[in-house]
Ligand binder design. Structure first.
Ligand SMILES: O=C(COP(=O)(O)O)[C@H](O)[C@H](O)COP(=O)(O)O
Length: 324
């Protein structure tokens, strides 16, 4: 459970629980939900003094921030909204915060649509795309290609342990895209039939490394060996400004229960129930040399040049998202 801050509205706490339990998941969706939650906190605040209002909003941001560590879209969203919290009275602060959250959500949606059109330009009629996990940014590229009248097919990795590939497969089938669903271990074999690997990102580091669902790096290495280009679809909200000052991106470790049931654990260890460690990292790091292009709403970039865009958009940022 997330540590609850005092004065945080129950609706914000519920959003934090949903993010932590992955009922709300995926970097862009988490960012959208976080902005919405801050707006809700602003709407429902019972503060009568501006400093109390601000304290409540910062407490809400901290509660949301502590849910999952890897997707930088979460702190980036919190920072963006809190920076718009401006005014001399509670009502001015409330209006400004709500307007800022709405602006963030609008820009997020717009960025994804624009990014989709950029990514679609890389896809040709008849292409076969291999996907990993479920990324709304990656799907935006496929949706835009379909809208351009291109026919595409997809090889969808199921993505253990939580099988987010099923969500991707479901969305693609709704759009009428032929889908071949494969287990993760079959990826190398099926790369021979793929024209692109298309994945999303939770964070992008200053050196162009891509942090995304566990298994992305292995897929990218295999794709390079097979000569299949790797395209990463990532709005600029996924750029991790702290990495410009040498910080690393924390990789979330999730519960062992996602990998083995209690019964399976007992079968492995017997009654002793010791000596078995189940490691379940949720994300991994793909070095820039295995990535062909990072597709953003500002155009496509070779990974090594992404730091220029990062500096332009974020400057040198320090401090926790909820700090003034
Ligand atoms: O790794 C994941 C989701 O991981 P999880 O299921 O653990 O949240 C997605 O590829 C990115 O978040 C990008 O998604 P989007 O493009 O929708 O932001």
């Amino acid at each position: 459970m997330v540590t609850r801050q005092p004065d945080v509205d129950p609706a914000v706490a519920a959003t934090a629980d949903d993010i932590e339990a992955m009922r709300i998941r995926g970097a862009a969706t988490i960012a959208d939900a976080a902005a919405e939650a801050l707006s809700t906190q602003a709407k429902r605040s019972d503060a009568t003094a501006p400093d109390v209002f601000e304290r409540q909003l910062r407490a809400a941001a901290k509660t949301l921030y502590e849910t999952r560590p890897t997707a930088v879209s979460l702190p980036n969203a919190l920072r963006y909204v809190l920076r718009g919290m401006d005014g001399e009275s509670v009502s001015a602060l409330r209006d400004a915060t709500i307007a800022r959250a709405e602006e963030f959500q609008r820009e997020l949606a717009r960025a994804q649509t624009t990014l989709g059109t950029v990514g679609a330009n890389r896809l040709r009629d008849g292409d076969v795309v291999m996907t990993h996990c479920h990324s709304t940014d990656a799907l935006a590229c496929l949706e835009a290609a379909l809208e351009d009248g291109k026919e595409v097919e997809a090889i969808v990795k199921e993505t253990r342990p939580r099988k987010q590939g099923h969500i991707t497969a479901q969305q693609l089938r709704e759009w009428g895209v032929p889908v071949t669903l494969i287990v993760d271990n079959a990826a190398r074999r099926y790369l021979d039939e793929a024209d692109h690997v298309l994945v999303g990102a939770d964070s992008i580091a200053a050196d162009g490394s891509v942090i995304n669902k566990i298994g992305t790096s292995g897929l990218a290495v295999n794709a390079r060996e097979r000569g299949v280009p790797v395209m990463v679809a990532a709005q600029t909200i996924k750029l991790h400004p702290d990495t410009m000052t040498g910080h690393t991106v924390e990789i979330e470790m999730r519960a062992e229960s996602e990998v083995v049931s209690d019964e399976e654990r007992r079968t492995i260890t017997g009654d002793a129930d010791d000596g078995l460690v189940v490691a379940n990292p949720a994300f991994d790091v793909t070095p820039p040399r295995y990535v062909d292009a990072i597709v953003t709403e500002r155009g496509q970039f070779p990974p090594e040049s992404i730091v220029t865009l990062m500096r332009e958009l974020f400057g040198e940022m320090t401090g926790e998202p909820w700090e003034p």
